[in-house]
Design a protein around this ligand. Sequence first.
Ligand SMILES: Cc1ncc(COP(=O)(O)O)c(C=O)c1O
Length: 440
Amino acid sequence: MALETLQKEQTLKMRKQLIGQSCRLFFSHDPVKIVRAQAQYLYDENGMQYLDCISNVQHVGHCHPHITQAAAAQMELLNANTRFLHDNIVQYAKRLAATLPKKLSVFYFVNSGSEANDLALRLARQYTQNEDVIVLDHAYHGHLTSLIDISPYKFRKLAGQKEWVHVAPVPDTYRGLYRADHPNPAEAYANTVKNLIDEVHKKGRKISSFFVESLPSVAGQIILPLGYFQKVAQYIRAAGGVFVADEVQTGFGRVGSHFWAFQLHGEDFCPDIVTMGKPMGNGHPLSCVVTTEEIAAAFTDNGVEYFNTFGGNPVSCAIGLAVLDVIEKEDLRSNAVHVGNHLMKLLRELQAKHQIIGDVRGVGLFVGFELVKDRVDLTPATEETALLVRRLKEKYICLSTDGPGENVVKFKPPMCFSKQDAERVTEHIDQILTEIEGGL
Ligand SMILES: Cc1ncc(COP(=O)(O)O)c(C=O)c1O
């Protein structure tokens, strides 16, 4: 039976009545109702086209025909219990393994980034037999109870910090503890983790893991100083813990030059566990944990079966394989490099023109720029940032903000984002910032 099409006001009214109010909408002052999408474009109920700079989940583009066809074909054939033997899961694991260092060779398929991180926590604790976790300030690792506990971004607004969680400063070289003028920020920030480990040991506690987003996103699109991961991994492993790279936002070529953002730190660095999600299924709920044979063996040795009803089902894996095909065939990593560099060049030109742009940073199509009231104290220009994003929406451009001061505008568009898209957005940003600076 075809569903009745609702007027926007009616949809909004029903949403308020029927859906939990903590599930927020983009542009809550005037939400956009999207009824279809293609590539990097969204269309509202009146057929108006919006440029999507937000959807990192629809990684290879909205409604990509190769993905929808692969999904439909597998759905028509079989979607069975994951306890039956099937080719798709092993073929997919093999394709993913080819993108990763050899050491990361055992896969567990799950359905969301949160599930992946929760399983990573279990693996780390089972392998190390230790409980405590070190995380970066402002980190977000998911919405499960276990992950709210290791997400300062959330727990600071809720029940607070658990005794087994320890928070290290985020290596933000723009407004953090050690900045771009520091001779070796990677080492200085890694030392903060080393000192934290010493404090944990003094309390008689032991570290199971260091959880980190390979590029911290809700903390404000932070680009970590290179070499930081190697040093931290050394300290964590010496303390008996493991290194967990959360690639839920950053994996699958978003950084362009590499398939995984942790690979930016060099070939001599390899995490012990990697979690992935969002872009993996291009919108279909599909995520994964990959780890080493040793860690997987310790998990097996606990004697308890790991069963996940939907994780790794034939349809999910067919979709995952199709996503990998498109990334390769359309050379989306090269596109991320070229378009990302062009976007950052344009944003830096705007930074030279507009005092309010304090910093521009990014890699590939993971880009952010920060608005500040002044370039000395770096006071976040929170209201101006909100106003900019609101006015961009009036120009049919969707962008979002983040960072502790809600003053970082984030770009994480589908990977088919073009140079023309970058030019269109930056022209509007230029015009709106000129208006804002003029008091309009
Ligand atoms: C870095 C990171 N990890 C984990 C998650 C949780 O993923 P999900 O919402 O799929 O559970 C998110 C979601 O925003 C994320 O950004």
